[in-house]
Each structure stands twice: as C-alpha cells, then as structure tokens.
Design a protein around this ligand. Structure first.
Ligand code: 13P
Ligand code: SF4
Length: 308
C-alpha cells in the first residue's frame, strides 16, 4: 500500500476509535503499522491489565483470539472487537481436558496452572492463569507442591527449572514459531554477528534457552535491549518485536535469528481489518455466560497474585 494511503487509513482508524469511544490495543507481534495506530502496545500481561483499567467502553484487541477472549471475560461491561476471528493461536488448543481430570485424581494438592495462551474452556478447568512475564511470581505464590502446567511445555520447563522445590508435570503443547528456532540457527546467526547478545522468549526450546544471554517475555526482551550495554542483539522470538526495539534503541542493531520467526496468525491483523471492525462494530469476542464465570476466576487470581 502506498505510504499516503496508509496514513489516510490510520487517520480514519483514529477518527473511528474516537467516535466509538474505543481503545486500540496491540501485541508486539502484530504488524508494525498496526502497532503504530494503537493506543497501547504491550505483552499479554500488560495488555490484559490495560484492557481492564482503561475507561473507554470499547476495546479493539489486535492480537490472536485468546487475547480478545480474555479481555471479554475480564470486562463484561465492555464491547471487545477482534479484527480477525481466524487469528487463532494453535497452542491455545493443545490441552487434553481428560488429562487434566486424570492429574487431579492422581494428585490431591494439584494446581493446574494455565498459560494465558489457551481457550476460555481450558482456563475454566484451571486454578490460575499466567503469562510469560508473571508465571514465575504466580507459581511461587502458590502453596501447592504439584503443578500441572498447560499448555506450553517449554514455558513450563523454564519456570520449573527456577522452582526446584515444586513438582512440575509438563504438557506437550508448543508454539510452532518459537520451536522452529534451533541451536544451529543461533550458531549461524552468531557467526554472522559475533558481537551480539542472544535473547530468547521462554517458549523456545531448551537448547535455545541454554544459549541465551537473557530470557524473557516480549516486554522484558524489549526492556533488556534498551538497558543493556550491548549494541547488537540476535532475537529469538517473533520478528514483530524488532519494530519496538528499533524505535526505542535506534542506535542499536537487531537481527531475527532466522527467516521463520513470523506468527501467521498475528500477521492476519491488518490496518484494513482494524478499520472495518471499528466501522461495523464487529466481529466481537464472545464467551458464553457460563464460560465467562468459570474462566474469569483463574484470570482474576492471576491479576491478584501478580500484583502483590
Ligand atoms: P508474551 O507473554 O511475551 O506477550 O507472549 C505471548 C505470545 O504469544 C508468545 O508467543
Ligand atoms: Fe501462538 Fe506462537 Fe503465535 Fe504466540 S507466536 S500467538 S504462541 S503461535
């Protein structure tokens, strides 16, 4: 799209947002133009809190559908618009309800800890939700010794390594974008950019995390690149974060570890779809009354434990 048309579209979105009393939220993984038109850009945790605290009646959630769904559950009085209903995170479905029931039978003090990258249905079967930036704090605050961590096996392993006093049962869910990164990819990138620090999201595999100088949520990775003395970074997560990193540290260099670090679902959110959902006030995130009640409990508990 020509630059001039893009700017016109952004102006139209801003005008519609004002007319509809809407706040536009965007995850760091969506396209840079969509990030630029948003009121707030953040990681999953920051966006969940912002959706809650903002006074506007409408929330436009530019991210994958579980994010809009969580905002809908936590804000029953607001209208939550999701620009693309097919932008589903595959990991959100990688849970077996039967396995949760079996684990509860096996361990009587079990806490089912559910990464926010999950459907409302799986949240409703859990005791508490977490995001990548608050998982350690929330898990440490739980009294339970036995933790069944769903759906992401890699985030679960990363947290388990830091809390050896608890018994973690890991699930086999994964993010295909992060697990496509291999130790070999890092070796190749490091040969090309030997002065770089390696930073990784905890959804990466162990072999990748073991090579990283720093591991953190998208927000934590961005903040690390701002505060760290290094001038160059090899980034092991979805390439959308490079947009904010470059904005905050224009003098530094950022390299995506490979060409595959693109989440196809996050990238379904386009300026046109943001404009159209505001114009038509649809599609909306919808969760049944029953599911809203049962899935709000673990989300509220996360917000409470993470804010202590
Ligand atoms: P954050 O918790 O860092 O926002 O990550 C969300 C996500 O989808 C990672 O793949
Ligand atoms: Fe899901 Fe991975 Fe995309 Fe995050 S990057 S939304 S975990 S598929």
């Amino acid at each position: 799209m020509a630059e001039i048309d893009k700017e016109k579209l952004k102006a139209e979105i801003r005008r519609l947002a004002q007319e509809r009393d809407a706040v536009i939220l965007a995850h760091y993984y969506v396209d840079g133009d969509v990030q630029d038109v948003a009121d707030f850009v953040g990681d999953s945790y920051a966006l969940a809190k912002t959706a809650r605290g903002d006074p506007r009646k409408t929330v436009v959630f530019c991210g994958v559908t579980f994010m809009g769904e969580s905002a809908c559950v936590l804000n029953p009085d607001k209208t939550v618009l999701i620009p693309e209903t097919s932008a589903v995170c595959p990991m959100a479905l990688m849970v077996d309800a039967e396995k949760i029931r079996a684990m509860r039978e096996k361990y009587d003090d079990l806490a089912v800890v559910c990464y926010i990258n999950s459907t409302a249905e799986f949240k409703s079967l859990s005791d508490v939700c977490v995001t990548s930036s608050n998982a350690l704090k929330v898990v440490r605050a739980l009294k339970n010794k036995n933790i069944f961590f769903i759906p992401d096996g890699n985030l679960g392993r990363f947290i388990a390594e830091q809390v050896p006093e608890k018994n973690f049962i890991l699930n086999d869910g994964f993010c295909h974008v992060h697990t496509s990164i291999t130790a070999r990819d890092i070796e190749t990138a490091f040969r090309e950019h030997p002065d770089s620090k390696i930073i990784a999201h905890p959804e990466c595999m162990k072999e990748v995390c073991d090579m990283a100088d720093f591991i953190g949520s998208t927000k934590e990775l961005i903040e690390f690149t701002e505060s760290d003395g290094a001038g160059s970074f090899i980034v092991c997560t979805e390439s959308g974060v490079l947009h904010e990193m470059r904005k905050r540290s224009p003098g530094k260099q950022f390299f995506s570890v490979g060409a595959r670090q693109v989440c196809p679902n996050m990238k379904k959110i386009t300026l046109e779809k943001v404009r159209d959902c505001l114009a038509g006030m649809a599609p909306r995130a919808r969760v049944s009354e029953e599911l809203r009640d049962s899935s709000s409990r673990p989300l509220e508990r996360m917000l409470e434990l993470a804010s202590r």
